[in-house]
Ligand binder design. Structure first.
Ligand code: CAA
Length: 297
């Protein structure tokens, strides 16, 4: 099967980014959200991102219009019925995802491939909400934030994924302009398996007085050439999200390296989620471009 029409579930940060990348790669793309308001909010982000690319000359004004023309929003599941692949990027809640997949399974054509963008929920556990035939066509496609800039997609197979479908998904990832890596349904896949313990260790190092927030960030940024230090990255990803992923990974592996440190838990309890809430390891409220480190320990 050749993928022509792409469905995206969820028009948040990840969903809108995935939709943008699919439409930019030439695919007819439909995004489903629960309200028109959320679609408009997501599409405003797409607009901003495309404008940046156009400003830099990476795309022409004409291409910008063509991308818009390939992108549409819907609040129904029925509009996704004839999609060749559906990439799900809704809230990280297993029950919500299972409910959505069960409904889509009834509505979509038998050939539709289901792909989840989850960062940590088991693909297998979502897959079992669908029929045995669909289970062969069920994979993970994990994108990275900001989706239009980050080059990687992890393509995840379960023990029931059909070999041909998996190869199609790899090919599709390449058509999106991304570099794909192959991985299996083990919580955290490749990137979060290695990233999460690193970020948690940085918090432990802070708790133990190894260095300050800025010194640890600067050390990792300049010492290793990382684009962001661990605390800037944590604030960027969201500390609530990081905590949630760590909890799932700890439950799966029962290893201390995945256990969220007390400081992270308390920051999340106190509403310090990072950039999105204005405060995390840094305070973004005065000058978001030059945030000041918080006094946390
Ligand atoms: N669309 C288009 N252009 C964008 C953009 C977007 N969405 N976001 C940023 N840009 C542009 C900016 O406008 C800027 O353009 P100019 O150079 O013309 O000013 C350029 O990209 C660089 O951006 P910034 O100057 O703001 O900052 P930067 O140089 O630090 O780059 C970054 C930003 C690409 C995000 C870089 O800091 C980076 O790679 N950070 C690490 C990101 C990362 O690790 N992401 C993965 C998180 S983990 C995850 O997503 C998965 C999970 O499961 C948790």
């Amino acid at each position: 099967m050749t993928i022509k029409k792409v469905g995206v579930l969820g028009c948040g940060l990840m969903g809108s980014g995935i939709a943008q990348v699919a439409a930019s790669a030439g695919f007819e793309t439909v995004v489903r959200e629960v309200s028109d308001d959320l679609i408009q909010r997501g599409f405003a982000g797409v607009e901003k991102s495309l404008a940046k690319f156009a400003e830099k000359g990476a795309i022409t004004g004409e291409q910008q219009q063509e991308i818009h023309g390939r992108l549409s929003g819907t609040t129904t599941f029925e509009a996704l019925a004839d999609c060749d692949i559906i990439i799900e990027a809704i809230i990280e809640n297993l029950e919500e995802k299972r409910k959505t997949y069960a409904e889509l399974d009834r509505i979509c054509k038998p050939e539709t491939i289901f792909a989840s963008n989850t960062s940590s929920i088991s693909i297998t556990e979502m897959m079992t909400a669908t029929s045995p035939e669909r289970q062969k066509r069920f994979i993970g496609m994990h994108f990275f934030n900001p989706v239009p800039l980050m080059k990687l997609v992890e393509v995840i197979r379960t023990i029931l994924t059909d070999e041909t479908i998996y190869e199609e998904a790899i090919e599709f990832g390449k058509q999106l302009g991304k570099t794909t890596v192959r991985t299996s349904d083990k919580t955290g896949f490749i990137v979060n398996r290695l990233l999460v313990p690193y970020m948690l260790d940085a918090i432990r190092a802070l708790e133990e007085g190894v260095g300050s927030i800025t010194d640890i960030d600067t050390a990792m940024k300049l010492g290793l050439g990382y684009p962001m230090g661990p605390f800037t990255l944590g604030d960027f990803v969201g500390l609530d999200t990081t905590y949630y992923i760590a909890e799932i990974m700890f439950n799966e592996f029962r290893e201390k390296r995945f256990a969220p440190p007390p400081l992270l838990k308390r920051m999340v309890l106190a509403g310090l989620y990072g950039r999105k809430s204005g405060r995390g390891f840094y305070d973004y409220s005065t000058d978001p471009k030059n945030p000041t480190p918080m006094n946390l320990v």
